[in-house]
Design a binder for this molecule. Structure first.
Ligand code: SAM
Length: 245
């Protein structure tokens, strides 16, 4: 089996979402249960990503996966596309070790960086053709999201897609949290009471969703030429957005 090395980087500054990250590292098995049950609609967004990459790139391209986690869903989305080079960035070493396993034997080059995505993006030498970020930048404050989108725009030549928690129009964060509990507590029967408690704590203390209008506006302010919503998952909690360079 091909051994994919994980490159280590020393952080130069405090990480903006350190608390979210710490919680997340402890909760990977719980998150994995949600992914396995497709409770977050990874299959649907993976198919849209696959179809978009196939339609956009007739020639080999480089793909940037921001906060790649274990890369399991993206590995499926990339299969059969013209991807030549995959660059995954994540701060969780255990997740990257899983990513190395999930991408071993891939038909494209793989680079995995153990690094804060804000730092990785502001110091990226070569632009990628397409950038992707799923369920990760919503821990940043709104101005931090903007700065990250600006950095991604400067590092990407064709488009960025993000899949992120989304407030209903006019909904407050408290309203979102109440809706999250009302809808997901009875639906996520795959979680034990303790696991639900972990997720509830994480969402309550770390998640900063935006309305679809704000997600799109942030992309335009960051300099992307166009921004549009491609998909809202059936529960209405997660939106997929595409930004053209
Ligand atoms: C909910 S998971 C999403 C993983 C994957 N993108 C997916 O959709 O399944 C969030 C990921 O973001 C990573 N993460 C959070 N903050 C980060 C940061 N500042 N820099 C790099 N990765 C970060 C976590 O380690 C975790 O792997």
């Amino acid at each position: 089996m091909l051994n994919i090395p994980i490159r280590e980087f020393e952080p130069n500054s405090a990480i903006d979402d350190a608390a979210a990250l710490e919680q997340f590292q402890k909760q990977w098995p719980t998150y994995q249960k949600l992914v396995d049950a497709d409770a977050l609609s990874h299959h649907a967004v993976g198919k849209i990503l696959h179809d978009t990459l196939t339609a956009t790139f007739a020639e080999p391209f480089a793909f940037l996966d921001i906060a790649c986690g274990d890369a399991s869903q993206v590995a499926q989305a990339l299969a059969g596309t013209k991807v030549r080079h995959y660059h995954g960035v994540d701060l969780s070493k255990p997740a990257l070790e899983l990513a190395a396993k999930n991408l071993a034997g891939a038909a494209y080059e793989v680079e995995l960086d153990h690094r804060d995505f804000v730092e990785a993006l502001t110091r990226r030498p070569e632009p990628a053709g397409a950038a992707w970020c799923s369920l990760s930048i919503h821990h940043l404050q709104t101005d931090g999201k903007l700065r990250l989108l600006e950095a991604i725009g400067a590092s990407t030549s064709s488009f960025l897609m993000i899949y992120e928690p989304t407030l209903a129009e006019g909904e407050t964060r408290d309203g979102y949290l109440a809706r999250f509990r009302r809808v997901n507590r009875p639906a996520w029967t795959m979680l034990t009471a303790e696991e639900w408690g972990e997720i509830d704590h994480h969402v309550t203390s770390c998640d900063l969703p935006e309305t679809a209008a704000t997600w799109l506006d942030l992309g335009r302010k960051a300099g992307f030429a166009q921004a549009r919503e491609l998909f809202l998952d059936p529960t209405g909690f997660y939106g997929l957005y595409r930004y053209e360079c």
